[in-house]
Design a protein around this ligand. Structure first.
Ligand code: GTP
Ligand code: MG
Length: 279
């Protein structure tokens, strides 16, 4: 595969802006996509966090494989790290998250109380890759739509301080990616789930990658989607399967169009609860 140009220039700016604000922040909330907990982690965030309390949200848990989500949750829960799985689209009550933020900020809250603050306000930064649901979580925390949400990467353009009723100030940030993928499959996973623009990879490359993953880990979901039998799926390679599905779905030989359709079905959870990062 050719060397992919995928790192937008404004991401550097976004990262620097977050770095500049770090001395104001009490808790870092890192939002991951529960379907790719590893590939949606940004190695730069760990550096930014330093010794600050760090809360990791596995968001879009409603779309992820629940068995895998439990395993990732366990893996990320280490000393000083708070982890929770969340479906911020359907869940309007964020009290569990508020509690966890306050638990993570306990030392800071105590310090402020000792200084005489009767209702101490803590400051939280929400960070994560594009399209993982940062702004959705903030709207839920605030209780109304204060920041723009959209089903494509790069919706939030600048930083934004917002206030919740729970004495929490939140900094919404644009999605941040990292300058180099350690391997090409990370890029394919980000593309499959819509964290990077659809123009960066060709849709059929991403679709072929996805079909191989489904075949390996979610064969029953693939059989259902392909409206065929296990035997038939097992006797056909991924490229031929892509062509057969294109026809099956009435798109004749337009496998590009079908590839995009397949990705859209995946992103909406219509193929099944699929986790691409395995543990
Ligand atoms: N199914 C599901 N969809 C979600 C969840 N959280 C967010 N979404 C959807 O994901 C899309 C992206 O959400 P945003 O909140 O705009 O994501 P963001 O991280 O702020 O994105 P950028 O500003 O582009 O970095 C929207 O279509 C949301 O409705 C979730 O827990 N489950
Ligand atoms: Mg946003």
């Amino acid at each position: 595969m050719v060397n992919i140009q995928w790192y937008p220039g404004h991401m550097n700016k976004a990262r620097n802006q977050l770095e500049d604000k770090m001395n104001l922040i009490d808790v870092i909330v890192e939002v991951l996509d529960a379907r790719i907990p590893q590939s949606s982690r940004n190695p730069m965030i760990e550096k930014l966090v330093g010794s600050k309390p760090h809360l990791i949200i596995l968001n879009k848990a409603d779309l992820a494989d629940p068995v895998m989500t439990k395993r990732w949750q366990k893996k990320f829960t280490t000393k000083g790290k708070f982890v929770m799985a969340l479906d911020s689209l359907h869940n309007t009550n964020m009290q569990v998250l508020v509690k966890m933020i306050k638990k993570a900020a306990a030392a800071k809250i105590e310090k402020l109380q000792q200084k005489g603050a009767s209702s101490p306000v803590i400051r939280v930064a929400i960070a994560g890759i594009p399209n993982c649901g940062k702004s959705t979580i903030i709207n839920r925390l605030v209780g109304r739509n204060v920041t723009q949400v959209g089903n494509k990467p790069g919706v939030t353009k600048g930083q934004n301080w917002l206030k919740t009723a729970d004495n929490i100030q939140i900094l919404d940030t644009p999605g941040i990616l990292w300058p180099k993928f350690e391997d090409q499959t990370v890029g394919l996973k980000l593309a499959a789930l819509g964290a990077i623009k659809d123009t960066i990879f060709s849709a059929d490359d991403v679709a072929l990658f996805l079909l191989a993953k489904l075949r390996k880990h979610y064969l029953n979901d693939l059989i259902k989607f392909a409206r065929t039998s296990k035997e038939e799926i097992q006797n056909i390679n991924d490229t031929d399967l892509l062509l057969a599905l294109t026809e099956e779905y009435g798109m004749r030989d337009d496998y590009d169009r079908f590839s995009m359709y397949l990705l859209q079905r995946l992103r909406k959870g219509k193929i099944g609860r699929v986790t691409l990062d395995r543990i």
